[in-house]
Design a protein around this ligand. Structure first.
Ligand code: ATP
Ligand code: MG
Length: 219
């Protein structure tokens, strides 16, 4: 699914001051490609990602996802069917096992248990975790393993656009390479649109296209 930014701006309006975090950004992200967005702390990367995830609406301009503006998308449906977000701290459910975490979006979609279990196994294999992980809890896994579970959950969800905010921020270089390889393969092999926000130059190097942000705009 494509995602187009059309002159997008976003301001945080406080009591005493307004911060223009995103300032007139336009871009067309294409399916099948892996993008990196880089830029200094405070340059507006997370704000832009939140707008693309439909968590908030631009104060000016529009974001078109699959032909429809985020202001016209039902927010829950956007999160369920089109856009999935991966975070630095993995955001797994701590009291659910690996398998239950992966199956969570399938339960929400009311997929029959047998099909959901089969799909959960398939996506777990895809992120190179063996069946011995199924019954384990996230807190008993390494950071790289937890992030792979989070990616498997996204895969199970079947989202067409994957947004990742510093997905390798807590990982060493080997795990970082592995996670970015998997994310890029979702673009190249599965046709997803993958957008990774990162501070890490080695992550940006693996992406097909690197976009640099400064003061809320591209440079
Ligand atoms: N909730 C908020 N209220 C007010 N201002 C905010 C809020 N969140 C972010 N900002 C401001 O908006 C600007 C962009 O912030 P953002 O979090 O998008 O930057 P970032 O590029 O993701 O930074 P980092 O690399 O540190 O994560 C910054 O000036 C920040 O102080
Ligand atoms: Mg950020």
């Amino acid at each position: 699914m494509s995602i187009s930014l059309k002159n997008v701006s976003y301001s945080y309006k406080g009591k005493y001051q307004t911060v223009r975090a995103v300032d007139g950004v336009s871009y067309d992200f294409e399916p099948g490609k892996c993008y990196a967005i880089v830029g200094k702390s405070g340059s507006g990367k997370t704000t832009l990602l939140s707008l693309m995830a439909g968590l908030d609406l631009p104060t000016e301009g529009e974001i078109i996802i699959g032909g429809k503006s985020t202001k016209d998308w039902n927010r829950n449906r956007l999160r369920r069917d089109a856009v999935s977000v991966i975070y630095q701290n993995y955001n797994l459910f701590p009291l659910l096992t690996v398998q239950e975490n992966i199956m969570y979006p399938l339960d929400l979609k009311k997929m029959p248990k047998k099909d959901a279990t089969a799909l959960a196994h398939e996506v777990r294999e895809r992120v190179e975790l063996s069946a011995t992980y199924d019954k384990r809890l996230p807190s008993h896994l390494s950071g790289g393993e937890q992030q792979r579970v989070a990616i498997a959950r996204t895969l199970a969800q079947g989202c067409k656009i994957i947004l990742a905010d510093e997905p390798t921020g807590n990982l060493d270089s080997t795990n970082t390479r592995n996670i970015v390889d998997i994310l890029c393969s979702l673009a190249h092999d599965d046709g997803c649109t993958v957008i990774i926000v990162t501070h890490d130059p080695s992550v940006a190097e693996q992406a097909d296209t690197v976009l640099q942000m400064k003061d809320g705009a591209w440079i």
